[in-house]
Design a protein around this ligand. Structure first.
Ligand SMILES: NCc1[nH]cc(CCC(=O)O)c1CC(=O)O
Length: 313
């Protein structure tokens, strides 16, 4: 019996169940889901007041370290970039859709929404992107699980106020919970790069993992997804010291070639710094090399100046 720790949200359960099925098929062992309730799930306070989105990861990791479960699944974009000394990412499965998706009431295109229409997102990156591309729309701060966010646009849930015209969410999350049908448009990755690691999962275990579970995770790993998200996260890590502005980054590998593009936004979206690079050499560390080139270019393009100014907002 293998125990897979998971948060209890619909999204977490959906992605954990898929990984559990895959581990069960590869090991021939039964895989049981163990639900872990985190402070971030219970409270609706702004995540920043609880130490950021990391609150989810910390609680799930504690259960893993305490031996309450053997393996956990994270959305890669929620994972801190610093490695944990006692844990390893045993598998990064093949990435799903990395794009953001718009869900707009009445199926109207975002660009055709009347001025002042209310669009919900809690992500500083999406807020900056919305303000830049659709300056006439009103950006509304929000958080909560995906179903609640959708209900604020679709008005399909009792007890949830129907107060938004649109919401921006990850396409991958909507697919995983079977709600891809509500998407009214996808935002192309070139003009709307998403969070480092978006659409990808990290399957984490204790560093001393062995035997059938270890072999199953090796089999579940998708090398080019792992390298691509490594490059995206390396951009985040290298910029963190000098720049806390919203960031989009996307990498992919196609036919042996690797591409990485990143964009840093000022909070109001009026300024950006963009950079991209592609890998042609036979580097043994392509993710690191590409990220270094992209970060150098971002900083040359003024990325550090896009940071929120003290007291400006
Ligand atoms: N921050 C919350 C979160 N973490 C992962 C996903 C979606 C799934 C993914 O990107 O893998 C979401 C919801 C969203 O951004 O819409």
């Amino acid at each position: 019996m293998i125990r897979l720790g998971t948060r209890g949200s619909a999204l977490a359960l959906a992605q954990s169940q898929r990984v559990a099925d895959s581990i069960a098929a590869r090991t021939g062992e039964e895989v049981e889901l163990v639900t872990i309730t985190t402070q971030g799930d219970v409270s609706t306070a702004p995540l920043a007041s609880m130490g950021g989105a990391g609150v989810f990861v910390v609680a799930v990791r504690e259960a893993l370290l305490a031996g309450e479960c053997d393996v956990v699944v994270h959305s890669l974009k929620d994972l801190p970039t610093a490695p944990h000394p006692d844990l390893v990412i045993g598998a990064v499965p093949k990435r799903a859709d990395a794009r953001d998706a718009g869900v707009v009431a009445g199926g109207v295109a975002l660009k055709d929404l009347p001025a002042g229409s209310r669009v919900g997102t809690g992500s500083p990156r999406r807020q900056a992107q919305l303000r830049r591309r659709f300056p006439e729309l009103e950006v509304v701060e929000m958080r909560g699980n995906v179903d609640t966010r959708l209900a604020r646009v679709l008005g399909d849930r009792e007890g949830v106020e129907h107060d938004l015209d649109a919401v921006i969410l990850a396409a991958a999350g909507l697919e995983r919970i079977g709600r891809e049908g509500v998407v009214t448009e996808h935002l192309g990755i070139d003009g709307w790069p998403t969070a480092p690691g978006q659409g990808a999962l990290a399957v984490e275990t204790r560093a001393d993992v062995s035997g059938a579970l270890k072999r199953a995770l090796i089999g579940l790993d998708h090398a080019s997804t792992r390298t691509a998200v490594e490059a995206e996260r390396a951009v985040l890590r290298k910029l963190e010291a000098g720049c806390s502005a919203p960031l989009g980054a996307h990498a992919f590998i196609d036919d042996g070639m690797m591409f990485l593009a990143a964009r840093v936004y000022s909070p109001e979206g009026e300024q950006v710094s963009s950079a991209h690079a592609q890998y042609v050499d036979d580097s043994r560390t392509p993710a690191e090399d590409l990220a270094n080139r992209v970060v150098d270019e971002l900083l040359q393009n003024g990325a550090a100046d896009l940071m929120p100014k003290e007291g400006a907002r």
